[in-house]
Design a protein around this ligand. Structure first.
Ligand SMILES: [Zn+2]
Length: 256
């Protein structure tokens, strides 16, 4: 049976997400950016939390861990590679592990770059992935701990998931990402069309999330680093996709 997924904004621009299996009642929170928001969402839905699935150690993803765990008794799962930085962690996972969520297999995909231990939770049979700060709608995470090459590989792993895979990302950055994308990929008709949809959603106060792999492949410049258009616009006519990716990411870092 299909999962119920509930997305809610918290902090200034983070997203919280609850994943609920209606058969067993099992419910996971993807990260715990803000305890009051997570607990409020659970109350609103009438769901009982069983798990917190941590994607990476940044404070805006884990600061609710202890309070939510104390209130619900949830088990906290997170990346082995940065377990020492994740408050209250109970279980660690690594790349390639498959954990069970009420009969739904969840594949762990390591996506180092934003942080060295960052992981993605991919619910393979449900065609949904929780990618946090690896890939954003029209963007990708800043490279704080890893290398640009590592980030390119990580972003490409998400881009290689099946086209229909729904992507839940960690932040609502889409509208500001759009401004940058239009400067590096100005003739992309799919991007221009998506821009109109994004503006309409935000003007109505609605999230631009979830996105999906097909939409990102068509419009996200970090997944288009292997195209002639992006090579040309980054002035790297003979650049490898990893070099073009790095140039796009570095240009975004200083974009105003
Ligand atoms: Zn982060």
């Amino acid at each position: 049976m299909a999962l119920d997924i509930y997305l809610f904004p918290c902090l200034s621009d983070n997203y919280g997400v609850l994943v609920h299996d209606p058969v067993s009642g099992r419910t996971a929170s993807i990260d715990a950016p803000e305890a009051s928001a997570v607990l409020g969402a659970l109350k609103e839905k009438g769901w009982t939390l069983s798990d917190i699935f941590t994607t990476h150690h940044h404070v805006d993803h884990v600061q609710g861990n202890l309070e939510v765990k104390a209130a619900t008794g949830a088990t906290i799962t997170g990346p082995a590679d940065e377990a020492d930085k994740i408050p209250g962690i109970d279980k660690t996972v690594r790349d390639g592990d498959v954990i069970d969520f009420a009969g739904h297999p969840v594949k762990i995909i390591a996506t180092p770059g934003h942080t060295l231990g960052h992981i993605v939770y991919y619910f393979e049979n449900d065609a949904v992935a929780f990618v946090a700060d690896t890939l954003f709608a029209l963007g990708c995470g800043r490279v704080f701990e890893g290398t640009l090459d590592q980030m390119y590989e990580s972003v490409s792993k998400v881009g290689a998931l099946p086209a229909e895979t729904q992507l839940y990302v960690g932040h609502e950055y889409t509208e500001s990402n759009l401004r940058f994308c239009l400067t590096v990929d100005p003739t992309n008709e799919a991007l221009i069309a998506r821009g109109g949809e994004i503006k309409a959603l935000r003007a109505a106060g609605k999230p631009t999330i979830p996105t999906n792999v097909a939409i990102e492949r068509a419009t996200n410049p970090y997944l288009r680093a292997d195209t002639p258009e992006l090579r040309a616009s980054m002035n790297l006519p003979n650049g490898t996709p990893a070099e073009v990716f790095a140039a796009i990411r570095l240009a975004k870092d200083v974009f105003k």
